[in-house]
Ligand binder design. Structure first.
Ligand code: SF4
Length: 242
């Protein structure tokens, strides 16, 4: 007989209820998101488009991982407020700004746009206006970002900022990352690099055209045990079909 008064039984029972109430907001996405395009594997990007079209299934993440994604949203809100308290002014509704392109098959929403500075007697440390993007990272990843800088740390995050700047006509991005373990904060200014943005849009175009034609774009590797594939949401669709 189960002992529902024991501490572990209580934890299991309540977590079960939390888990069944936790849903992913990623499953219903009907477009290819800007946050995907910089992935090192072009076929991975294509699978995301195919999932948006209902042609393949997305992997279901464990609920614990969905809570980690949710942590990113919570920290983003707090980080925006920290900046406001420090004197940065965000454009009204700027965290709802976004873009769509390629007949609405490609879209994205920014975390915010910093448009002003509250302190007339002090120089603003960031040239404005600036796109604002925030990530919440574990200590190991945060340290790597601090050492490598964004472009080397993550092509996905870097390309995401380039695409947003391209569509919103911004020349720079204030990229901010909070260390979820130590609460240290990292800041970097990412300049708009048109060739990088256009390169990413070329990838989007190739992926859409290939998918329309029923063709698969190349994989990033011929080795299914490659570490990138181990983390890929679509590894069973990709290698199972080969
Ligand atoms: S499993 Fe590997 S090769 Fe296939 S889409 Fe994913 S990352 Fe690319």
């Amino acid at each position: 007989m189960l002992d529902f008064n024991s501490r572990s039984a209580l934890t299991d029972r309540i977590n079960y209820l939390i888990d069944i109430a936790t849903v992913s907001d990623n499953q219903d996405r009907k477009y290819l998101g800007a946050s995907i395009v910089g992935h090192v594997c072009e076929r991975h990007v294509q699978y995301h488009l195919m999932a948006a079209r209902g042609q393949v299934s997305r992997k279901e993440f464990p609920k614990r991982i969905l809570r980690i994604f949710d942590r990113g949203n919570l920290y983003e809100e707090r980080a925006r407020q920290w900046l406001k308290d420090a004197g940065f002014i965000f454009g009204r509704g700027s965290n709802q700004k976004g873009f769509t392109d390629f007949n609405d098959q490609f879209a994205g929403h920014v975390d915010g746009i910093i448009t002003g500075w509250k302190h007339p007697d002090a120089l603003c440390p960031v040239d404005l206006p600036a796109l604002w993007e925030h990530k919440c990272l574990g200590a190991k990843s945060w340290k790597k970002l601090e050492t490598d800088k964004l472009k080397n740390y993550s092509s996905t995050y870097y390309v995401q900022t380039q695409i947003y700047m391209h569509y919103l006509g911004l020349k720079r991005c204030h990229f901010m990352a909070t260390n979820a373990d130590t609460m240290d904060i990292y800041h970097e200014i990412i300049p708009y690099v048109p060739v990088d943005a256009l390169d990413a849009l070329g990838k989007v175009s190739r992926v859409i055209q290939s998918t329309d034609a029923g063709e698969m774009v190349p994989r990033c590797t011929q080795d299914k045990s490659y570490y990138i594939c181990k983390w890929c949401d679509f590894s069973s669709s990709c290698w199972g079909a080969s």
